[in-house]
Ligand binder design. Structure first.
Ligand code: ZN
Length: 416
């Protein structure tokens, strides 16, 4: 491999017409600030025979023009490409033209390399300034390229069979509705509102009835009231309540009852108190992981014991807590094993005991059909939660967004 090829390979330039490449260290002075940069000098030339204007075979080489282009950086340093481009003159019509490379964008200083790298990085939660630093260009360039070349679409090109619905807090604490394809995780819709009326109108106006009838499942969480509108918009869709949110709801109830039980114990040094307070994680363990045979050192309790023993210490303290614990375990087991029968039984046979668990079970009972769908169908809101996590991270990194369009564009790019 020649030296030219090695340098071009290192700079990730694929154009073979670029020759005589050499790299130097250099300095530039911008407003008194001296910056160290890398200068890449090269020539762009090839044999052009036919004139683009008249089509005659009368072109001759006519000197070179030097241009200054910007390459993407690998180490935060600016990479300036000083490219001598061949000019041609037509003997027939007298017009001139220049050599062109796929690397360059006409009338732009930034090469396609930079554009591609910016869009690559925009899939992650990088801020504009961190992208600019990594690529060795200015923040306003990143902003111009990123926001100028991203369009917000009115509607998705298709409606998939399986959808996920959720919302996230965007600009000025307003909730934005988001939906993605449960299978491919592609973004379907972003609506800057979460009101039932707006969403119904959005889907009914933007998508035909035939498209909407094709939707088979919609995954939602329990917090939002999407149950009511899903049937209106998608007549054939089944609602799935996300598995994680069912367990989370019961797990929170379990913790609250545990703390209530804890407060009733007067002796703060008793073993039950320690078990309930410091070993709270053990109560959330799935039934299969609760070990009744192996003795190990339990940190909070400060003694050697089995996990089953610690849990017994807690559940023996209060009959109500025991009932809540058992309900939680049954629901968790049912969800884990996709056992909709056990889940239904647990929900329907639950006896009220005046704790927060009553409210949780009531909520689940109200949506029992959708809740048991979560056991029989494999779709969940997991992918969408991941996407929203990335959007939240982006918002956190950027210290919030002022411009709604910018946030929505970044969200579109993250899902792309
Ligand atoms: Zn010509």
């Amino acid at each position: 491999m020649s030296q030219d090829n090695s340098i071009l390979c290192a700079l990730n330039i694929k154009d073979n017409n670029i020759k005589n490449v050499s790299v130097f260290d250099s300095k530039i002075n911008t407003n008194g600030v001296v910056k160290r940069i890398k200068l890449v000098k090269a020539e762009l030339s090839y044999n052009l025979t036919h004139c683009p204007q008249c089509g005659e075979n009368m072109l001759i080489k006519n000197g070179k023009r030097t241009t200054n282009q910007r390459l993407a950086s690998f180490n935060g340093m600016e990479y300036h490409l000083i490219l001598k481009k061949q000019r041609y003159l037509c003997r027939n019509c007298g017009s001139t033209c220049g050599a062109h490379s796929d690397l360059l964008v006409k009338n732009h200083t930034m090469t396609k390399q930079i554009k591609a790298r910016i869009f690559d990085m925009s899939h992650e939660s990088f801020t504009l300034s961190s992208m600019a630093k990594l690529l060795g260009i200015s923040t306003s360039t990143v902003s111009r390229i990123l926001y100028g070349n991203t369009k917000l679409s009115e509607r998705s090109s298709y409606l998939p069979e399986n959808l996920c619905f959720d919302e996230f807090r965007s600009v000025k604490n307003v909730f934005t509705f988001i939906s993605i394809d449960a299978k491919t995780h592609h973004l379907i819709d972003l609506v800057h509102d979460r009101l039932s009326k707006t969403l119904t109108e959005h889907f009914i106006n933007k998508y035909s009835l035939k498209e909407r009838q094709n939707v088979k499942t919609v995954s939602i969480d329990l917090n939002a009231n999407y149950q009511l509108i899903v049937h209106k918009i998608f007549p054939n869709a089944q609602i799935i309540v996300d598995r994680f949110h069912i367990v989370q709801l019961c797990s929170r109830a379990l913790d609250q009852v545990r703390i209530q039980t804890l407060k009733k114990i007067d002796d703060k040094k008793s073993r039950s108190y320690k078990a309930l307070k410091k070993d709270w994680r053990l109560f959330h363990l799935p039934e299969a992981d609760v070990d009744a045979t192996h003795v190990k050192y339990i940190v909070g309790l400060n003694e050697y014991s089995t996990i089953q023993n610690v849990i017994d210490l807690g559940t023996d303290q209060s009959e109500v807590f025991k009932q809540v614990y058992e309900t939680y375990q049954q629901i968790e087991t049912a969800i884990k094993n996709h056992d909709s029968k056990l889940l239904r039984e647990t929900l329907l046979k639950y006896n009220k005991n005046n704790t927060v668990m009553d409210t949780s079970i009531n909520t689940l009972r109200k949506n029992i059909k959708y809740v048991s769908n979560s056991c029989t169908m494999s779709y969940s809101n997991g992918p969408l939660e991941g996407t929203i996590g990335k959007i939240k991270k982006l918002k956190h990194n950027c210290y919030g967004f002022r411009n709604l369009n910018h946030l929505l564009k970044r969200a579109t790019l993250i899902c792309a």
